[in-house]
Ligand binder design. Sequence first.
Ligand code: BGC
Length: 457
Amino acid sequence: MVDFMMHFPKGFLWGTATAAHQVEGGNTNNQWYEWETTGPGHVFQNQQSGLACDWWGGRYREDFDRAVEMHNNAHRFSVEWSRIEPEPGQFDETALECYAQMVAALHERQLEPMITLHHFTNPLWIEKAGGWTNPETIQHFDRFVRRVVQALGNNVKFWCTINEPMVYATQSYLLGRFPPGRHDLGQTMRVVEHMLRAHALVYRGIKEIQPNAQVGFAKHQISLKPRFPAWVNTPARNYVRNFFNYAFVEALMSGVLRLPTRKIRVPDVRDTLDWIGLNYYYRFVVSFNLLMPRSLFLQQTRPRDGIQGPGDTGEIWPEGLFEHIEWLCKTTGKPLYITENGVPDPDDSLRPLHLIRSLRSVWQAINHNYPVKGYFVWTLLDNFEWAEGYDPRFKFGLYACDPASQERTKRRSADLYGEICAANALTADMIRRYVPDLADQLLPGIETQPEVNLPPR
Ligand code: BGC
């Protein structure tokens, strides 16, 4: 049988990603806590994040051990602004010390830390003052980031300024699914602009304190196709793509932020990227719908074929990674990290295939010479999934985690991921063992059938 190996470059970062509010537990001073406790209807079954994965109680240590068992060499996590700066200008040294210990725990395990500085949550005092619709938040964020970098910078090289600014802006201010639950196009655009300016400002702040830091941000990209007939719906697809996928990144390159409502000159934001992060999950079908004025007459649905995600998520189409890597690398000219990629899959029936197809796509991009430097699975263990709370359908972890008992259970994908990380490669043998029925399709052009002895002529 012919063997086949998809090798990854030397020094490739293999890890998982988490976010403070989703794993720490006991975060009661941010806008998400307020949202959870002021439902009804804000979170699935009015659940609250509660103890989450109890990382603030110290369980991150055992979970980092799990990352080591999977032969990871990196971990991406976020620090919680509302813990570090509970009141304007008042910094909590104990909270900073806890994060310093987390960083130390990673180093002890040879895991390279990547720290996200904003992952959806704001301290209540920021939210009360208008959150990211208020331009003053930019300066406040800068002061917070400087404090964090002063405290942790000696031991952290990779900084991710903001997680998914377009998701934050649209979910919070257009679609109303995140706090403060608004449907306001003007505010959405303001938030995008302020986050863009904040990214650039803190990029410079971090470099001032730590010139050799590697600073980027995580961009969520969605794959999009126009609904039939394409000649009618392609403009709708382009509209969503240009706004959601392109505008923020293009602004960093050109100094012009092209929003659907207006164009804003932002020359100062140029040259503020050392790397670009890609978060990728779903593909959607886009069309015009005159009955949907609230979403600018644009409708996003799921393709009828393909693997469907739960709820109103899209189609699970791992091969989309290639197009996003290609576009982001070509547009920015920077190294790229897949800062999140994963699938909601409680019984782990899809995850091995998802992981294999995703990494095949990443490998393909690497072979086109796109500088992909690392891959972080979303996520290490099941956690608080924002508006989906602890909905049993939305389990993204390589490990299951029961928030009530705090019991962790390894899913089979964790073994597969461990094998891949250990080998720094995805091999035909792994594919045959983890998805035996699909091996032939996944290894095109490779003879995987047993040899047949033809009868003599
Ligand atoms: C977010 C994560 C979230 C994941 C799965 C990403 O967009 O950054 O916080 O848990 O999607 O929905």
